[in-house]
Write a protein that binds this ligand. Sequence first.
Ligand SMILES: O=C1O[C@H](COP(=O)(O)O)[C@@H](O)[C@H](O)[C@H]1O
Length: 231
Amino acid sequence: MLSWHECSSKDELDQQLADFIAEQLSTAIATRGQAGIAVSGGRTPAGMFKALRVKELDWSKVFITLADERWVAPDHTDSNERLTRENLLQDKAAKATFVSQVSSAATAHEGQQEIEARLAALPSPLDVLILGMGDDGHTASLFPDAAELEAACTSDALCAAVTPPVAPHQRITLTLPTLSKARSVIVHITGESKKTLLQNALLEQKPEAALFPIRRVLNKATAAKHIFWAA
Ligand SMILES: O=C1O[C@H](COP(=O)(O)O)[C@@H](O)[C@H](O)[C@H]1O
């Protein structure tokens, strides 16, 4: 099942999505005693993070990680961890446990095993997955045309190292199997061009390996899928 939630402004989107996520985290805590969520980075989620961090829920039982990370120091401007620490892990959400996906290893490939071990301690499957989508149809750090894409889509591991063909920085990404097992999959996008891209991606009739990565995740995910969008 895939539902579109169209909001009339970015502020409304941030609030509605934060309400929706908070509800899902609360349900997970009530049902299983804890909640695991993977959030995305990039330019889109900061406003939603600020709306989510003040929600009344037992944040001490929430484990937060990333759908993907850029292989940069955690204080780098491009770090998804930095974005998450500055915008989400504040106020009430400061009590949550954050699982970082970067280490001092020189490359993402060299650091992958350490990140894998950290991720193994998270609730599995994840209760909530928030995906962004790039203008090239990438999601998490599953980039079209990346040399490691197929490995990251078929791996038994929780995470994979990826070198984007064009975008900066090596990445760690949750693998397609890990992403697609989440109990709830939410795509958070803004702007007309991303809406059109996603609509087209959902209509494509191509072999699996040629589909946009966002479509591959949505195809494989068996949970309810929700797209939250505003212009
Ligand atoms: O590189 C990344 O890009 C995507 C999309 O980001 P946006 O800036 O277009 O919102 C993001 O979902 C991902 O986490 C990030 O590492």
